[in-house]
Write a protein that binds this ligand. Structure first.
Ligand SMILES: Nc1ncnc2c1ncn2[C@@H]1O[C@H](COP(=O)(O)OP(=O)(O)OP(=O)(O)O)[C@@H](O)[C@H]1O
Length: 256
């Protein structure tokens, strides 16, 4: 498999998104860089997850869903019919709200994407599994039980396993949809520490309801409200000196 470590910027421009006749994203323009974590925040139903899913075409299968606008990943328009969606999702990986391990061993979970893409060399698979588990901050906890079922892991470990599985295919961007919402504080802390390391070579975009978490981990924050992008900027500024009244009210907990 050819591995591309060069991150090409991800730029969404003038996005409108509809579920049937209901418009849930209104003229959203946002861009993302390597080595940065962007937090998407806003009250429930404002369109954060829908926006996140447009970035690797996870909304494709929803009947009646329609997207207008452009999402460029490097030179490629990802909504173009010729875009290779399997390759796109390798380059832009995703981790969901609840851990989604397969009913296979820990090892088989991590190397799943590599095997699907044709990698058979056992020592290469082992090296990749170790590297990915280390990057997901899980290696020390599972190195002696790689053949055990992934389902025997705790929720927090399963979530880090899913991150390792996403990392094994060398993505350039990692989309995370409330990845800590089912985790306890200790598991959340481990996940966050892992993200600090990961952003050294990745672009991470995370949906979170947890304002403290957004402040702790993100470089940039985008505030969504009723399908609109109200404000986007450095996290410190959004939380201490936002330009828009609505943003100030939301981050101070006045509503949401
Ligand atoms: N598959 C779907 N079909 C129809 N409407 C949907 C679908 N998924 C989401 N919606 C609607 O689109 C709007 C935006 O939902 P979305 O999940 O993107 O918001 P969110 O900000 O991520 O919310 P939350 O924080 O509660 O997860 C909501 O009104 C939601 O009900």
């Amino acid at each position: 498999m050819q591995v591309n470590n060069e991150f090409t910027k991800l730029i969404a421009s003038n996005l409108n998104f509809f579920y049937g006749s209901k418009q849930v994203l209104k003229n959203i323009s946002l861009s993302f860089n390597k080595k940065e974590i962007t937090a998407l925040i806003g009250p429930s139903g404002c369109g954060k997850s829908t926006f996140l899913r447009t970035l690797n075409r996870m909304n494709d299968l929803i009947e009646g869903a329609r997207l207008e606008g452009s999402i460029k990943f490097g030179d490629e328009e990802i909504n173009h019919q010729h875009c290779d969606v399997v390759e796109l999702r390798r380059r832009i990986g995703m981790v969901f709200q609840r851990p989604t391990p397969f009913a296979k061993s820990i090892f088989e979970n991590v190397v799943y994407g590599l095997k699907v893409s044709g990698v058979r060399n056992k020592s290469l698979l082992m090296d990749k599994a170790e590297e990915s588990l280390r990057r997901a901050a899980l290696w020390d906890e599972v190195k002696d039980r790689l053949k055990d079922s992934a389902l025997s892991l705790s929720g927090g470990q399963q979530q880090r396993l899913c991150i390792a599985r996403a990392l094994a295919v060398e993505p350039e961007v990692l989309l995370m949809d409330e990845p800590a919402s089912a985790l306890d504080p200790i598991a959340t802390e481990k996940l966050e520490q892992g993200m600090e390391e990961l952003k050294k070579d990745l672009c991470i975009i995370i949906v979170t309801h947890n304002m403290q978490q957004a402040m702790r981990i993100s470089d940039n924050t985008a505030f969504f409200y009723m399908g609109e992008l109200i404000e986007h900027g450095p996290t410190k500024q959004i939380f201490s000196n936002a330009t828009k009244v609505k943003t100030r009210q939301y981050v101070s907990g006045s509503f949401g």
